[in-house]
Ligand binder design. Structure first.
Ligand code: BTN
Length: 252
């Protein structure tokens, strides 16, 4: 069903398709314990029966209509304190792909939800294995809604919902993977400044007042920046404050 892309150096050059599985992240992690896999190995499925999301949530996607995949990366050049950069490159690559599809109102909701017209079109779950101070292995899971028409909750969307057009999943995979590879190569080349500025230029809500909650308290904040460690920097009525992912939730 899926072919090896002709336009990447390593991402997707080993492509494992399974008609169904529990979770492509889990399956790829298991495969790495059994044999040495080349960097860029992709596991992709038609039907994920127990897809995992951030913060222990489930990821639901109708069978055969969406891209549901995991990519193996070995960013052993990346210090653990910079692991957010993997989130940043993956997010901006997916955003780049969607903007090239004509969806101009595509933004990254910190840290890594991809929104089109404020609705979520893609979720990313990155699971890192650390070795000392560096990242030995990273499993980058991507759930990208393409041909699905109906969503519960309705705060989600798909390429079809936005454009009215059905797409070929293999073609879209071959458009997405090069975006991921080239953003990852920027990271490997150490172009952190480019990554930071591109990520910021695509950030949902930048310089707008938005409602947040932290430690049980609701407050308004204006997103000013995201630092190299991935902390969200807000300007609030109590001055500038920074938050890790676990410390804050968006209320809208
Ligand atoms: C989120 O937004 O909560 C992240 C969702 C990530 C879903 C993808 S689908 C492919 C990969 N396998 C999983 O079990 N999860 C990720």
């Amino acid at each position: 069903m899926y072919k090896i892309p002709a336009n990447t150096l390593f991402v997707g050059q080993r492509l494992v398709f399974v008609p169904e599985c529990q979770s492509t992240n889990t399956l790829l992690a298991e495969m790495t314990t059994k044999s040495a896999l080349p960097e860029g190995t992709v596991v992709i499925t038609n039907h994920q029966k127990a897809g995992r999301g951030q913060r222990g949530n489930v990821w639901l996607a109708d069978a055969g209509l969406n891209l549901t995949l995991s990519i193996l990366l070995n960013p052993n050049f990346l210090p653990v304190r910079h692991q957010f950069q993997l989130t940043a490159v993956t997010s901006l690559a997916v955003c780049g792909y969607l903007r090239k599809k004509g969806l101009r109102e595509t933004f990254i909701k910190w840290p890594n939800d991809i929104l089109v017209d404020r609705k979520k079109i893609c979720g990313i779950l990155i699971e890192n294995s650390l070795q000392g101070e560096t990242i030995h292995q990273s499993i980058v899971g991507i759930g990208l809604n393409l041909n699905q028409k109906i969503f519960v909750p309705s705060s989600a969307t798909s390429l079809f919902s936005e454009t009215g057009k059905t797409v070929d999943l293999n073609n879209e995979l071959h458009l997405l993977l090069p975006e991921i590879e080239s953003a990852y190569l920027q990271l490997r080349a150490g172009n952190i400044k480019w990554i930071q500025s591109t990520y910021l230029s695509l950030l949902y809500g930048k310089d707008q007042w938005l409602p947040f909650e932290s430690e049980g308290k609701k407050f308004s904040g204006k997103i000013k920046d995201v630092d190299e460690a991935g902390r969200l920097i807000l300007s609030t009525e109590n001055g500038e404050r920074s938050f890790s992912m676990k410390e804050i939730t968006f209320l809208r």
